[in-house]
Design a binder for this molecule. Structure first.
Ligand code: SF4
Length: 113
């Protein structure tokens, strides 16, 4: 969950969600503004895939670190962890699914005669 510190709190146990959860969460705006969701790696179906996850590599290079790796319920199946080990877990809490949803919507497009 987005924790107000500029990152997320990682769940120690996976929480499976369903349509009811999504519908309830959407009543208060885009769920991605308050939650980060995990799912199976799409590999070649993702623009960040080049045989490895380039997003994980980018995290290692750019994301702020926390002091200790969080307890995490998906570590055994996490692509980032498989590639980079515990070092990426120190950076993982900095990842928010979609920061764009927290921004103001763009101004209306200008119209031309
Ligand atoms: S990088 Fe580490 S903390 Fe983040 S989801 Fe993967 S295993 Fe969990």
């Amino acid at each position: 969950m987005v924790d107000g510190s500029g990152g997320v709190s990682i769940l120690a146990e996976p929480l499976l969600i369903d349509d009811a959860f999504i519908a309830a969460a959407a009543e208060r705006g885009p769920p991605e503004a308050r939650f980060r969701f995990a799912g199976p790696c799409a590999e070649s179906g993702c623009e960040n895939w080049d045989g490895h996850c380039r997003f994980g590599a980018s995290l290692m290079e750019h994301a702020a670190r926390v002091a200790e790796p969080p307890a995490c319920g998906i570590r055994a199946t996490c692509r980032w962890h498989a590639q980079h080990g515990q070092q990426v877990c120190l950076r993982c809490p900095a990842v928010i699914t979609n920061v764009a949803v927290e921004r103001e919507p763009p101004a209306a497009s200008p119209t031309f005669p």
